[in-house]
Design a protein around this ligand. Structure first.
Ligand code: GLY
Length: 333
């Protein structure tokens, strides 16, 4: 069923020297992870920045932290990394040069929180968690979200770094600028997200998703990441899913909820991710131009991932390893 994807290449090509996983495997070689349940705890997250996020989440889980703390603190690592241009500090700004962030979080009780169009706060995932824990609401936006964050002790910080400003200046010079399909260091204006899912030793699940969204987006644009059911969904009885890529396609199909619902009907996480991508192919006109990737986890500890275009990878931490895996895709090279 799985084609053997090309080995992803050198660490230099990945741009993650110093953040290397213990190994990088192709889709064909990940079968052991898919065909049998992994030993708990298990953490998986989108893209190569997932390696450091997973490592932190796993460290916390192994030291007795809650699964909610583990997912939050895991994604805070890429959020706080100024060299990561798709999440938090140093994110690529919108068309007007402003960095605006979206994030969401869900716990094993079905509680959910999110923030969108948030400026000047490095860790939107923590504000999302506070929305979940301290308000009766699920989503706060823009100035209201910022006010809420400041009232709750978050500090205002400048998110636009000299490097991300430079990328933005190059981007707006290109009249024909279009969102990139995949993370490509040579273009540097890539667009992706970290979505991280975890199941702890008691088989309780949580998830978090955070992004600076599409570089060069129209001011005010919000993607799928803060929308519960689109960028992230967790049902502790069934499983969890999260998405990356062009959020509009995920929003039009409520992708992460759809993945979990396919699992509820008996699909494995892998089958569920593939079916959700097929839904996008069936229903969203123009999908050929964009990338979408889903990852999923079920209550048994089985995992899955699938993308629209080749090039999507994810980090899987289980059975004492933290590996970067090339996902299989609908379109082939
Ligand atoms: N998937 C993140 C976004 O579209 O903003």
């Amino acid at each position: 069923m799985y084609n053997r994807r090309k080995f992803i290449g050198s660490a230099a090509a990945l741009g993650i020297i110093g953040l290397l996983p213990s190994k990088i495997v192709s889709a064909g070689k990940r079968k052991p992870f898919l065909s049998k349940a992994n030993k708990f705890p298990i953490i998986l997250s989108t893209w190569s920045h997932g390696i450091v996020a997973n490592a932190e989440s796993m460290r916390l889980l192994e030291n007795g932290a809650s699964v909610l703390d583990a997912v939050e603190k895991g994604v805070m690592i890429p959020e706080g990394d100024p060299k990561n241009h798709s999440v938090g500090l140093g994110g690529i700004p919108d068309r007007d040069g402003k960095v605006t962030l979206d994030a969401s979080i869900m716990d094993s009780e079905g509680n959910a929180g999110g923030v969108c169009f948030l400026e000047d706060i490095v860790h939107p995932v923590s504000v999302a968690r506070m929305v979940m824990e301290k308000t009766p609401h699920v989503l706060l936006a823009g100035k209201g979200a910022l006010q809420f964050a400041l009232e709750n002790g978050f500090k205002r910080e400048k998110l636009l770094t000299p490097e991300s400003k430079k990328v933005w200046e190059q981007m707006i010079k290109r009249k024909n600028y279009e969102p990139r399909i995949n993370w490509e260091e040579k273009h540097n204006d890539f667009h992706d997200t970290i979505g991280l899912l975890a199941i702890d030793g008691s088989a309780d699940m949580a998830g978090a998703c955070t992004t600076s969204g599409l570089g060069g987006k129209v001011r005010g644009r919000v993607g799928d990441s803060p929308i519960i059911g689109a960028g992230l969904f967790v049902d502790n009885e069934i499983g969890a899913a999260t998405a990356t890529g062009m959020g509009e396609l995920v929003m039009k199909t409520l992708g992460s909820f759809l993945v979990v619902e396919f699992m509820r009907k008996g699909a494995s996480p892998q089958e569920a991710c593939e079916k959700a991508i097929l839904r996008i192919v069936d229903k969203v006109v123009g999908h050929e131009k964009y990338q979408i990737g889903f990852i999923a986890l079920n209550k048994k500890g089985e995992t899955g991932a699938y993308s629209l275009q080749p090039g999507f990878n994810y980090a899987l931490s289980a059975n004492g390893e933290n590996v970067l895996i090339n996902a299989d895709s609908y379109f082939r090279k």
